[in-house]
Design a protein. Sequence first.
Length: 398
Amino acid sequence: MRTISILLIIILAGQNLFSQDKAALRAVFLCESEEYSEAIRHFAAVPNLKTNAELLVLRGKCFLLSGKTQQAITDFSMANSLCPKQASLMLARAYAKLGNAQKAVEIITEHIKSKYRKPEKNIRYLIEFANIDKTPEWQAFIRSDLSKRYESEMAEAYFEMSLNNKEKAILILDNLIARNDRIHRAYYLKGKVLIATKDYHEAKKNFEKALSLNKNNNEYRIEYARACALEGDDSKAFAVFSELIIKQPYKANLYFERSKVAERLNLHDIALNDLQVFTDAAPKSIAAELMKGKIYAKNNNNFKAIRCFNAVLKETEPTESLFLARADAYVKTKTYKMAIHDYSMALDLVPNNGKTYYKRANIHFQIGDNEKACYDLGKALHFGYVKARIKIMQNCKP
């Protein structure tokens, strides 16, 4: 709890200034959503972009994947000058796309030796390298023994995961770890498999081990935070997501993930602030609007809640839970006819929910329609909502 208290002071005093840079938030979100041309347009408005290696890599990726290879090379080269070899894989991909096998192989060989090294299976089959597949330089690279011996087993575990063979994947990784307990990516991958089996506690332990071996890997840290949240350790999840946001304030999805944890911890102001930051990047997010509505409803800010639920219903297929949430908000504002309408819509979708009949019965009583109220109470009892029995005895004729 002390960690959360310290983080609350930081957050409430004002979030990291970068988090308020809407252009960066929007640009990164669009890049991750594969809307590359729009992302490039927003990157142009980011202040101090040329001093941030990670953002340069992302903009370079957008250039590369939208066919602007020379601009991509410029960004990747600037990123490497700020943080040596961080952009080496992307730079090699760009040169491969231009058909420059010698330069691509020279750079990818340096990448393989760097701390940013990706598993070889993730490199060989990238689409850009098809351009140089038949060249002697690339064939020599493929034949060279630059890969770690364990990578074939890692690739096998990935393959078994893709087939949903979770037990086999775990067995391969356990055997690998038994021979070499320093392979951080093996623990990370095992954690991912364990998440799929819903063994969140063991998953968390494996992500912790991966982080102990590779402390600055944000990919591992994100999965660790998610495992904490799934296990129900919301205090820890909140703390880890907060650390990640300080390190990567332009990653909009981190704010959304933290908002869910903050809501469960009843940190509603922080949750709403995080949702606002997220919607700066993703203005059409239905999930964020729905969560805002639920938080407003929890705090009896019912008119705002109703506006949020209305916005969601305009953009998505209606669900029972959405109609029920809006109906409950209408009840609190004494808009009883609208509440009855929404409870009725919920029952159209799920007609055997006794609790919904019970709620609608209460509203019929409020407006003096005892006949309909007693009908609903009978249906509530029929579908197993036993609280209806007392109200039937008190208000309805046998």
